[in-house]
Design a protein around this ligand. Structure first.
Ligand SMILES: O=C([S-])c1cc(C(=O)S)c[n+]([C@@H]2O[C@H](COP(=O)(O)O)[C@@H](O)[C@H]2O)c1
Ligand code: NI
Length: 491
């Protein structure tokens, strides 16, 4: 079972999440191609850069809002030097007037420490008159390599007025994209966490929660991006540590609000928290919403084999590394492994002709039982009865059940997956003066710890030679032991 574990020792925000998942293995080109499917007509530019935070190398994702009125925007991470308005107070009621709507997506990979820089720039311009073209070009020289991939599509369909988006608008944008349905559904699930929390905190109906233009694009990229990355990773289970929320106050459109922000608190209900590590906001509503929507289990004692790690860098420099760490790994699927092991079937029988037990036992073995045993029991009303126990592997379970139901009076069977510790075994032929027998050797950690002649062979030799079976056993043990290798253990 493939696992993704969120180690939120320094909290989580939308852009840290993107950085961590990209660093853990999501293909940045794939991510950029998919996020461009939002067709937001030039409203944003994504930069993915390798960088350091307190000496830890990871990925920094920035969502820059493009257009004539939007200054650089540093993603929705820890350092919100900008003001967010999640749709409550609408301060930017201006209109856009673009010549062309361009969507730029950039990937910059800077390997700092040496003199190596890898730049990959992907520009995507949306053009709806069917003259899309692609120019891949790559250059490499000495310590400096550059790769450029430009994809240009020019759109002549320009929405000019900016409006404030509510959850319905967000749903339409996501719905109209060519993203896979799984990504659309997960995106909406995350968005709903934020919208419901905002509605609750501000006492407004859901549809009246407006995502401000700037906040909406940022959140759309963070949230749809999260869904794209998680869909790419195809994990079976998502785990997370308790979530560090930080402390202090944060300034937003409402003024100063306490950390964790009210929307974050609402979203994190029922999720284990840690607070106060630093006097800053370490977990944002978007980060909290991603966790709330996708995490199957919160635990600080994860039990899996780690295979990859990713670090997503936040904006602000704190005393602690302002990074989100994610692990990708493998965990034994307990249900599956239990199901793959032997099963103990049990049934209590108080009304069957006792003559039938030997036939039933034969049939159970013939249908795959690895062991059959009976325990005398007293059932209700003082009835003497038999508990029939059958061990069987998962592949023959159905066959064995069929025997129990067809051949006994049982109306119901209890099932228990059971663990099993087994010694290694080998079978050898051994010659005695009475004839040949098979001996079963058993080994613990490679050493012979016991051996035993097969009963059926001893019986055959006793009958054939007309000697007591105990004499056959004595003869076998004596002659076999003298042949044992010195290195073989004490028996
Ligand atoms: O501006 C508004 S309305 C606002 C409300 C809230 C509430 O908790 S309510 C929180 N914030 C802050 O905005 C930033 C951005 O968060 P993202 O999740 O969009 O990245 C963050 O500091 C929130 O605490 C803003
Ligand atoms: Ni709010």
């Amino acid at each position: 079972m493939n696992i993704l574990y969120y180690d939120c020792f320094a909290g989580i925000s939308g852009d840290m999440n993107l950085g961590a998942l990209l660093d853990a293995g999501v293909d940045p080109d794939y991510f950029l191609r998919e996020i461009a499917k939002l067709n937001l007509n030039g409203e944003f530019e994504v930069t993915i850069a390798k960088a350091l935070k307190k000496g830890i190398s990871g990925i920094k994702v920035d969502v820059r809002l493009t257009g004539d009125h939007h200054g650089p925007h540093q993603g929705s991470g820890h350092a919100h030097e900008h003001e967010h308005n999640h749709g409550h107070e609408h301060e930017h009621g201006h209109e856009h007037s673009h010549g062309h709507e361009h969507e730029h997506v950039h990937v910059h990979e800077h390997a700092h420490g040496g003199h190596e820089h890898n730049h990959v720039h992907g520009h995507e311009h949306v053009h709806e008159q069917n003259h899309a073209h692609e120019h891949p070009q790559f250059q490499g020289h000495n310590h400096h390599e550059q790769g450029h991939t430009h994809r240009h599509e020019h759109s002549h369909d320009h929405p000019h007025g900016h409006h404030h988006r509510n959850i319905g608008d967000i749903e339409r944008i996501i719905g109209a994209s060519s993203l896979p349905d799984r990504v659309k559904e997960l995106s909406m699930k995350i968005f709903m966490q934020v919208a419901l929390a905002e509605a609750k905190v501000h006492g407004k109906p859901l549809e009246e929660v407006h995502f401000h233009e700037v906040g909406a694009v940022d959140s759309i990229v963070d949230i749809v991006g999260a869904a794209i990355c998680l869909d790419y990773l195809q994990v079976d289970k998502i785990l997370a540590s308790p979530v560090q929320v930080g402390g202090g106050f944060v300034r937003c459109a409402h003024g100063l609000i306490p950390v964790p922000a009210p929307a974050t608190v609402e979203i994190l209900k029922g999720i284990p928290l840690k607070a106060g590590l630093v006097p800053f906001e370490t977990t944002t509503p978007t980060g909290a919403a991603i966790l709330a929507a996708v995490v199957d289990e919160f635990t600080d004692k994860p039990d899996f084999v780690m295979e990859a790690v990713g670090y997503g860098l936040g904006n602000r420099d704190l005393e602690i590394p302002n990074v989100l760490r994610v692990y990708l790994g493998r965990m034994e699927d307990k249900k599956e492994s239990a199901a793959a092991g032997p099963i103990l079937l049990e049934t209590n029988i108080d009304d069957m002709n006792p003559e039938l037990y030997s036939y039933v036992e034969e049939q159970l073995f013939a249908h795959g039982a690895s062991d059959v045993f009976k325990t005398p029991i007293i059932m209700k009303k003082g009835r003497p009865a038999v508990k029939l126990s059958v061990l069987v592997g998962p592949k023959r379970e159905k066959d064995v059940l069929e025997v129990i139901f067809k051949e006994t009076t049982s109306l119901g069977v209890r099932k228990f997956p059971v663990g099993k510790a087994m010694l290694e075994r080998s079978f050898v032929k051994h010659s005695t003066r009475y004839g040949e027998v098979t001996i079963k050797n058993s080994y613990y950690e490679g050493k012979l710890v016991k051996y035993k002649p097969e009963y059926e062979d001893c019986k055959r030799l006793a009958l054939a030679n007309g000697v007591p079976i105990s004499k056959i056993y004595r003869e076998i043990y004596t002659s076999y032991e003298v042949n044992l290798d010195e290195s073989q253990p004490e028996i």
